[in-house]
Every structure is written in structure tokens, then in C-alpha cells.
Design a protein around this ligand. Structure first.
Ligand SMILES: Cc1cc2nc3c(=O)[nH]c(=O)nc-3n(C[C@H](O)[C@H](O)[C@H](O)COP(=O)(O)OP(=O)(O)OC[C@H]3O[C@@H](n4cnc5c(N)ncnc54)[C@H](O)[C@@H]3O)c2cc1C
Length: 398
């Protein structure tokens, strides 16, 4: 195997987008994945307009749309008052080919991307290989990886991209710090077949529902509704996920004579972290390996995919002879978006959801009503929340 290639660590959405983009540019790519196959757990489920435009490049957007649900609008609600503001993405029809959010499970994208890589003779995915460390010389980067039987192998490459998620070993190998905060609450996600749209008036497919005692999010996917609640971790996983506990929480949102059918439940910790460096010599990080944020706004996977496209474009130019210093611009551009757009928006959304002070809540609501009720204000707001504005502003970052 030639060392004149790019190794991508991690076959999540970010690693696979980077690999497909590089592969389409004719660059040999090896993806190294610790699991036996592409992971298909239910994680992100919202695709923003610019992400769909990027994925158009690889011919996967239409296939994704065919497997997903178009959400033309989304809303903020109050648990008692009902709808506070509905944001109609049609106001972005002059800004994007996809003026909507697509609700579709993350694993449907990774399967499509895997198929693209399998069809390209220049790209391959090696499964069951756990990256341990990255070493570098002036001429190459070396990935040390472990097989399931405990044996180790060294893989040399021109460049290594760490898209190996929150616990990234590539990030640790480049000595990046990953400072930030851990939210005190866990996020409990319950997936149910219950048809909320038939029971909650004027419900959008994505609804952020504020409440001083217990906020929640309702997200429609093609097969289920996902209900996200903040949860006190001190009650313990077993009690939190117990059938009677989750039934009671769902009954408190919409009382229903039968039992809720729950097809999936998970509780996870949420972090707000951005690493201090994205690039060190021939190694770089992208996606969750570089930044983590709460899911209110659906920006984690989307931002990671935008990283992957930006990095692959620059790496392609470097591969073809451009100055490797160009990779520093990837770091400057995408780190700025992680801090100023992704983290700022997610934190702001969390604040709107859990503000307890009644006057402050009403002020948030008034602001949202005014914004959604004015076409130009709504457009400006949606350009930011749909992650279009952050991409437009990148050109100013040198
Ligand atoms: C329960 C849950 C719900 C979420 N919901 C949302 C949501 O609603 N909206 C949203 O935008 N985001 C959400 N997220 C976040 C979103 O899923 C991530 O932002 C996204 O998956 C990041 O993609 P990634 O490719 O960077 O990392 P990952 O998807 O984590 O992929 C990393 C890949 O690297 C592999 N890997 C890890 N370590 C190694 C190693 N040492 N060697 C080799 N391979 C390795 C892993 O097996 C995995 O396949 C959620 C996350 C969780 C956990």
C-alpha cells in the first residue's frame, strides 16, 4: 500500500464526507474505522440547507431526500401557551436550492457515502482497526492502529485526518487541548411511534418547547418522533430509563389512553468544547474530534460536514502543489464558525428553553415573535440558524 495517500480515521459522517470529496478529486484515501462496519445508531437527524448543497456534489442529496422528510418550517413553543414563533424556511428560497430542513437519520447518509467509497477504486475502508496514535516526520504521517486480536500495524500516509469523534486519539496525538464545559443535565432521547402531529395543534416537524420546569424538543423522523428531555443524572441510568419513568414523562407531555410504544431510548452527556488547534503538520481534526456542542439547533453533524468539505478542498489544492500553509486557513475559518456560530447558537437556544424568570422568558418570546413576523428579520435569523451565513462569512477569514 503506497504511503502517497490520505488516511481518514473514523467512518462517521464527517470522515466519510472528507473521504468521498478527496476520492472524487482523484486522491487515494484509506478510511480506518474501529467498528466492524459503518455505525448505524440514531444520532443527528436534521440536515440544514447548505449541507444538502454540499452533498449534492456527491450525488447523495436526492437519495437522502427520498429517504427523509422535508420540514418546510420549525418552531419555538411554550409548553403551556403553545406556538410562540414558527419560522418558515421559504423566505430562503432566493438563498439556497434547499429552503427547508431535511429530517433524516444520520446513518442513512453514512450508508450512502460508504457505497460511494466502495465504488471508487482509489478509496477503501478498513474496519476493525482502532487508531492508537499518530506520529509524524517531515515527509510523512504514520498511524499506529490495533486490530481486534491485539496486533498492531503502522500505516504511513501523506496526511492524516482525525474524524474519530469526541474521544479523538488524533486530537490527543497533535497535543490539542479540548477545553470547555459539561452541561449538568443529561439529555434523554426517547423515540416513539406516537403520532404527535395528530394530538398537538399546529405542530412543525421540529419543535423546541420551553418550560421553566421541563423543556423538551419534538423531532420528526421518517419512522418515529424523537422526544428530547433534560434529565437529572443523579437519579441513575437504570431509574431514568425504566419503562414506568419514561411512560410517565411522555404521558405528562400528551396524555394518552394507551401506552407509548418506545422503539429507542438513550441518555447522553452534553459538552460545549472547541479544540485549540485543528492542524499540526500533516495531521488535522474535523467534526466531533474538533468541537462538541449541545444538539439544540442541530448543528453538530452539519458543522462537522462543513469542516470536512472545507478541509478536503484545501487538502486537494495542497496535494496539487499549493503551499501547505493553506491548511492553517482551514483551522482559522472552521474554528471561528465552531465558536461564533455553532456554540453561540446552541447555547442561546438552550437559554431560551430553560429560562425560569417569567419576565426574561416573555422577553425571549417577544423577540422571537417580532423576528418571525417580519420577513427580512426572519430571513436574517434563518440565514444564521441554517448555517448559511457562517459559510458566507468565511471568505473574510484569511
Ligand atoms: C445520542 C446522540 C444524539 C445526537 N443528536 C444530534 C442531533 O440531533 N443533531 C446534531 O447535529 N447532532 C447530534 N448529535 C451529534 C452528531 O451525531 C455528531 O456531531 C456527529 O456524529 C459527528 O460526526 P463525526 O463523524 O465527527 O463523529 P462520529 O459520528 O462520532 O464518528 C466517529 C467515527 O470514528 C470511529 N472511531 C472513534 N475512535 C476511533 C479510533 N480510535 N479508531 C478508529 N475509529 C474510531 C467511530 O467508531 C465512529 O464511526 C448526537 C450525538 C449523540 C451521541
Amino acid at each position: 500500500m503506497s504511503s502517497k495517500r490520505v488516511i481518514v480515521v473514523g467512518a462517521g459522517p464527517v470522515g466519510l464526507v472528507a473521504a468521498v470529496a478527496l476520492g472524487e478529486a482523484g486522491i487515494p484515501v484509506t478510511v480506518v474505522e474501529a467498528q466492524k462496519e459503518v455505525v448505524d445508531d440514531l444520532r443527528a437527524s436534521t440536515f440544514h440547507p447548505p449541507t444538502l448543497e454540499f452533498l449534492d456534489r456527491f450525488g447523495v442529496t436526492d437519495k437522502l431526500i427520498a429517504q427523509g422528510l422535508i420540514a418546510p418550517h420549525w418552531q419555538f413553543r411554550d409548553r403551556k401557551q403553545g406556538v410562540i414563533a414558527t419560522f418558515d424556511l421559504a423566505v430562503l428560497s432566493g438563498d439556497t436550492r434547499h429552503p427547508y430542513r431535511l429530517q433524516c437519520e444520520q446513518w442513512k447518509l453514512t450508508r450512502l457515502l460508504r457505497d460511494q467509497l466502495d465504488a471508487n477504486p482509489d478509496t477503501q475502508i478498513l474496519y476493525g482497526l482502532k487508531a492508537l496514535e499518530v506520529e509524524q516526520t517531515a515527509d510523512e504521517a504514520v498511524l499506529i492502529a490495533e486490530r481486534e486480536d491485539g496486533s498492531q500495524e503502522r500505516f504511513a500516509a501523506s496526511y492524516i485526518i482525525g474524524a474519530d469523534g469526541a474521544r479523538s486519539v488524533v486530537r490527543k496525538s497533535i497535543g490539542a487541548s479540548f477545553e470547555g464545559i459539561t452541561h449538568p443535565e443529561l439529555y434523554l432521547t426517547l423515540s416513539t411511534t406516537f403520532p404527535y402531529e395528530a394530538h398537538v395543534p399546529e405542530l412543525s416537524k421540529i419543535a423546541y418547547i420551553s418550560d421553566p420546569d421541563e423543556w423538551l424538543v419534538l423531532l420528526r423522523t421518517p419512522s418515529v418522533w424523537r422526544v428530547l428531555f433534560p434529565t437529572d443524572p443523579s437519579i441513575g441510568d437504570e431509574a431514568m430509563l425504566a419503562p414506568e419513568t419514561v411512560e410517565a414523562r411522555l404521558q405528562a407531555v400528551v396524555p394518552h389512553s394507551g401506552r407509548y410504544e418506545i422503539v429507542h431510548k438513550t441518555a447522553y452527556r452534553v459538552f460545549e468544547r472547541v479544540c485549540d488547534r485543528y492542524v499540526a503538520g500533516r495531521a488535522m481534526v474535523a467534526g466531533d474530534a474538533a468541537h462538541l456542542n449541545n444538539p439544540l439547533g442541530g448543528m453538530g453533524m452539519n458543522g462537522g460536514i462543513h469542516d470536512a468539505v472545507n478541509l478536503a478542498d484545501k487538502l486537494t489544492q495542497v496535494w496539487r502543489g499549493a503551499d501547505p500553509a493553506l491548511l492553517g486557513r482551514y483551522e482559522r475559518q472552521r474554528r471561528k464558525v465552531a465558536v461564533e456560530t455553532v456554540q453561540a447558537t446552541s447555547l442561546r437556544n438552550r437559554q431560551i428553553m430553560n429560562t425560569r424568570d417569567p419576565a426574561q422568558r416573555e422577553a425571549h418570546y417577544e423577540d422571537l415573535r417580532r423576528t418571525s413576523g417580519d420577513r427580512e428579520k426572519a430571513r436574517a435569523y434563518l440565514l444564521r440558524s441554517s448555517m448559511i451565513q457562517s459559510l458566507r462569512e468565511l471568505e473574510q477569514v484569511v
